[in-house]
Design a protein around this ligand. Structure first.
Ligand SMILES: Cc1ncc(COP(=O)(O)O)c(C=O)c1O
Length: 451
């Protein structure tokens, strides 16, 4: 049974733990005293955003006691966050002593455990030590950072690149540095939190357009053109929770029409899309039309960190003014070496990317055939949209018990009433392992009543 991507599970909250067909129902969570409204701040009864304490005498820390949602979930055995992983082989991890199939990572190319990558990281740690103990700006720049920057710039066909310690810092630095008081930044409503927070740090105005809706982008660009100052449109290449691909050709066309710059966040698309794995801009043949490219190392590059690439004068400006980079320590040597090794493998083994896409198709069609709604995804990120938060947590828990690790994602990270399990594949998943995961999805989905 398929259901509406923005709707609710038809069975949610309607029956007790087990019905006559032997299915356990997610509504059981509510019967046990845990209601969807427990998570309510005010009218937003699907949200997990922070509560606030008001009033002139409010104690700053009161909000910590008011926010009982995590405790309520834990009391019911449904708390799904910060799950400690005790060991990992990449596609399989160990949790509470048991093996689970990993369908909840961003390890798209499956390189975290590649022996060549591990060897490079180890060798560099011995040569350079375990950390830079300082900012890139002062004592933290290594020759390794500079070589990586040269290679990344070549990959995305830009003049130069700049490496940061996290992808989050890239977006904070770029946006806070470039968007001055009179400037306007225009973002997709589902852009990543680091873009949203970069906009918050920026002195200029932020305008949003409906997700991947080009008519709405045009409307917003028209509005922005009434303001003085420069403009930039910022989009995710692949949207991290939807798994759909940005309509970059039309973003570029409209941005040109209104004289705006374009920045693409390739966090989930670098290593994944394009002929050489350079991302969505390469996939659409638009590398020359995109002004700034950012990418992270926390996904296909099996590490941590990020970069921005573009014209030298722009990147140099960010390099000398981006506070989140200047005042934070540099990416450690073993992480740089990991990324460099992954980049070399990306170039040498395009078949890895091909396998990743075969796996993505296999899992997506398998999940759809079982009757789940995956939304408009077209990438190795495959959401399983459930609707209500509690149903999602319940399904997540039962899946984990049965041997599959997924990520529950709830508002505000996704739109209201579209709580979901985010699944993703790796190039290194075998078909056998994915078939086993699908079997479990089917059994558990029927048992809890979400299919
Ligand atoms: C689209 C997008 N941009 C930026 C980031 C931040 O990257 P990092 O994890 O390297 O800080 C993420 C991380 O999840 C992301 O999904």
């Amino acid at each position: 049974m398929a259901f509406d991507s923005r709707g609710k599970s038809p069975r949610a909250g309607s029956a007790r733990g087990a019905d006559t067909t032997g299915k356990t129902n997610p509504g059981a969570a509510e019967e046990n005293g845990l209601s969807e409204n427990s998570f309510s701040d005010d009218s937003d009864n699907q949200s997990f955003s922070p509560v606030s304490s008001n009033g002139p005498r409010a104690d700053l820390f009161d909000k910590c006691d008011l926010d009982t949602r995590a405790d309520e979930l834990a009391a019911r055995g449904l708390y799904p966050f910060f799950i400690p992983i005790e060991g990992s082989e990449g596609t399989v991890v160990r949790i509470e002593g048991e093996k689970k199939i990993m369908l909840g990572s961003n390890n798209y190319l499956g390189l975290t455990h590649d022996p060549r990558v591990l060897a490079r990281a180890e060798e560099v740690a011995r040569r350079y030590g375990t950390g830079c103990t300082g900012s890139r700006f002062l004592n933290g720049t290594l020759d390794l950072h500079e070589r990586l920057e040269t290679d990344l710039a070549a990959l995305v066909r830009k003049e130069t690149a700049l490496v940061f310690s996290t992808g989050f810092q890239v977006n904070l630095s770029v946006l806070s540095t470039l968007i001055g008081r009179n400037d306007t930044v225009i973002i997709d409503k589902l852009d990543h939190a680091s873009i949203v927070d970069g906009c918050r740090l920026a002195a200029g105005e932020t305008l949003r357009f409906r997700h991947n809706d080009m008519a709405d982008l045009e409307r917003v660009l028209k509005k922005a053109s009434e303001r003085p100052g420069g403009k930039m449109v910022v989009v995710d290449g692949i949207f991290s929770m939807e798994g759909d691909v940005c309509d970059l050709p039309n973003v570029v066309r409209l941005a040109k029409q209104f004289g705006a710059k374009v920045m693409v966040d390739e966090a989930h698309s670098i290593g994944v899309m394009g002929k050489t794995g350079a991302g969505v801009a390469e996939h659409f043949g638009l590398q020359a039309d995109v002004d700034l490219v950012m990418g992270t190392f926390s996904k296909s590059f099996a590490s941590i960190g990020g970069f921005v690439a573009g014209d030298r004068r722009v990147v140099d400006f960010i390099k000398h003014n981006g506070r989140p980079m200047i005042f934070s320590a540099a990416l450690p040597p073993y992480a740089v070496a990991t990324v460099q090794a992954c980049l070399d493998i990306l170039k040498a083994e395009p078949e890895r990317r091909e396998q990743l896409w075969r796996n993505a198709d296999y899992l997506k069609h398998g999940i759809q055939r079982l009757g789940f709604d995956t939304g408009p995804c077209d990438s190795p990120v495959i959401p399983v949209i459930i609707g209500r938060m509690l149903d999602t947590f319940y399904f997540w828990k039962e899946l984990l018990k049965a041997g599959v690790f997924t990520n529950p994602v709830i508002p505000p990270a996704v739109p209201e009433n579209t709580a979901r399990l985010r699944t993703s594949v790796m190039a290194t998943h075998t078909e056998e392992l994915l078939a086993e995961a699908l079997e479990i999805f089917g059994q558990v989905g029927k048992k809890v009543g979400v299919i």
